[in-house]
Design a protein around this ligand. Structure first.
Ligand code: 0X9
Ligand code: ZN
Ligand code: ZN
Length: 304
């Protein structure tokens, strides 16, 4: 049975999505962004209480082994629909949410069945026996520029043979482009490190024109989480500035498509358990994500 005291596999997540869709038929809508290399549907849920709200897109589990991301995304869906908290209700109902709990479906299944630490997609290479590309190096945003992405198909950060070579990322880019006018915020869920990362990822020597705004909004996220009793602390800054350079990632591509509030969130922890975060941390992490994201949206609203 589905829940947040353990990690659910793809079939469990999809069955649960169907239950949510039938429990909240008036405010939810199922969508499919496309198909993976192995032919799985990549599904999402749209939550909308009234049309024309600013849109928030949540991309989750682009990296297969980062299971805390889909656990958090599903908890978030449930909470946005059922929370009785006034602040949560207000911000939920004044935004249109597009949430894709598992983008890298093939990799996610592989991480459950074969290799817990699998990161990449599962599309074979023409030039190597190594499988898969790093989907978070595959977007057409300074693709393969300035280091932090590899041309070696066996590398964990292999950028792929060309931008959008991975069907999951091509599908994501086309879906997002189709609703781009409706989107104000892009959040890409990752683990681990407890970081909120703005553009740019391809260079630490340049910053977006709205970097001050991005940091003001990031501070609201970090402060809100520090206000919780769990003790997690999040750092924030540009991806290349406080983590490492890496081009072709979701947050940079979304920014280049005019989605100006765009971040990568690295969830718990800071390295003790790393990618294999025990299920006991799902709920604390998810609470932090909710409180942080609500504060982020409230702060972004002030920018007008
Ligand atoms: O390397 C990544 O793709 C992300 N870290 S992870 O450990 N989850 O793999 C960070 C991506 C940060 N964003 C950009 N570089 N734009
Ligand atoms: Zn460039
Ligand atoms: Zn990641």
């Amino acid at each position: 049975i589905f829940g947040w005291t353990r990690y659910n596999n793809l079939a469990e997540i999809e069955n649960w999505l169907d239950e949510i869709l039938s429990a909240y038929p008036n405010v939810t809508e199922s969508f499919v962004i496309g198909e993976s290399y192995e032919g799985r549907k990549i599904r999402g849920v749209r939550i909308s209480y009234k049309s024309g709200n600013p849109g928030v897109f949540i991309e989750s589990n682009i990296h297969a082994r980062e299971w805390i991301t889909s656990a958090t995304a599903t908890w978030l869906i449930n909470e946005l629909l059922s929370s009785g908290d006034d602040l949560v209700r207000g911000l939920t109902e004044s935004h249109d949410w597009y949430i894709v709990p598992v983008l890298n479906v093939d990799g996610f299944v592989y991480s459950h069945q074969k290799d817990r630490l699998w990161r990449k997609t599962r599309q074979p290479s023409n030039i190597s026996s190594c499988i898969g590309a790093d989907p978070n190096r595959n977007y057409d945003a300074h693709w393969l520029e300035n280091g932090g992405a590899s041309t070696n198909p066996c590398a964990e950060d292999y950028a792929g043979p060309h931008a959008f070579s991975e069907p999951e990322i091509k599908a994501m880019s086309e879906y997002v482009c189709g609703i781009r006018d409706k989107l104000n915020v892009m959040l890409a869920f990752h683990s681990y490190g407890q970081l909120l990362l703005s553009p740019y990822g391809h260079t630490k020597f340049e910053f977006p024109y709205n970097y001050d705004d991005l940091m003001q909004v990031a501070k609201a996220f970090g402060d809100a989480i520090e206000g919780l009793p769990y003790g997690a602390v999040y750092k924030y800054g540009s991806a290349a500035g406080i983590l490492y350079p890496a081009s072709g990632a979701t947050n940079d591509w979304a920014f280049s498509q005019d989605i100006k509030i765009s971040y990568t969130i690295e969830f718990r922890d800071t390295g003790n358990f790393g990618f294999v975060l025990p299920p006991a941390y799902i709920l604390p992490n998810a609470e932090e994500a909710l409180v942080g994201i609500i504060a982020l949206l409230a702060e972004a609203k002030k920018l007008g």
